[in-house]
Write a protein of this length. Structure first.
Length: 248
């Protein structure tokens, strides 16, 4: 059931995941107030799905059906140069070249970018982790697949601390250098799987979501540094509606 993703408004979807230039970072939607999630359909171009969609993300990951869902084979490159960007909504990592791919049910998706939300956007059993990392991938036909990883505190200083040490405090991008994103993956790769949407405008329902069960522990200092820039950049939970939530 997950082999084919919808291609509705594909141009808007790809634009939403492209790294914006500095001139494009003054977006007209926010996470609160008159331009917040309740008003995205009104204030963001082509974002009607934010209000009318029936397969929206994020969701509460609860009541999942045990199933033999197609595994994710991760083939990210360990020798890719990355930049760290403050795009006005989050801290985003952009590869300078080929960053590798994932394969789901025989289909390849290239790693496009990585960004963060505070608190986590998805909940697991009604509980949201302090942060969530989203690894965004795109297939040759434009289909999108996102891997979500929960981030919790209490860990040693590491990759997140390095990111926050160079992350701009205002909308701009800085070169970071060669990095291996696999350090933000947990050892246990069990996952939730469902069909959903972008969690930012235009909220297009074209995303195959794989959210890992096991969190990754990062330092409390890294969590605090991100929160100092983005105290809250998580969309409210959306109803599951008539969808299957699977767990592997």
């Amino acid at each position: 059931m997950f082999k084919t993703l919808k291609s509705l408004r594909l141009g808007a979807v790809l634009a939403a995941f492209a790294a914006p230039t500095l001139a494009e970072t003054a977006h007209h939607w926010t996470y609160e107030g008159a331009e917040g999630p309740d008003h995205w359909a009104e204030v963001a171009e082509g974002a009607g799905a934010c209000a009318a969609g029936q397969e929206q993300s994020p969701i509460n990951l609860a009541g999942a059906l045990p199933a033999d869902a197609p595994d994710v084979t991760i083939g990210w490159a360990s020798n890719t140069d990355w930049s760290v960007q403050n795009n006005g909504h989050t801290i985003q990592l952009n590869p300078a070249g080929d960053a590798g791919k994932i394969t789901v049910d025989g289909k390849d998706y290239a790693l496009l970018q990585l960004h963060f939300h505070h608190p986590a956007e998805h909940a697991i059993g009604g509980m949201r982790s302090p942060m969530e990392a989203h690894f965004v991938h795109k297939a040759a036909d434009g289909a999108l697949a996102v891997i979500g990883v929960m981030l919790v505190g209490g860990g040693q200083a590491g990759w997140m601390d390095k990111i926050m040490a160079v992350a701009p405090s205002t909308p701009e991008s800085v070169v970071w250098g060669m990095q291996d994103p696999r350090v933000l993956l947990p050892p246990d790769r069990n996952f939730f799987r469902y069909q959903g949407s972008l969690t930012t405008p235009p909220c297009s329902e074209v995303v195959l979501w794989t959210v890992l069960h096991q969190p990754v522990a990062v330092s409390d200092a890294a969590l605090a540094a991100f929160a100092a820039l983005y105290e809250m950049n998580a969309r409210p939970l959306q109803p599951l509606n008539r969808r299957f939530l699977l767990t592997e």
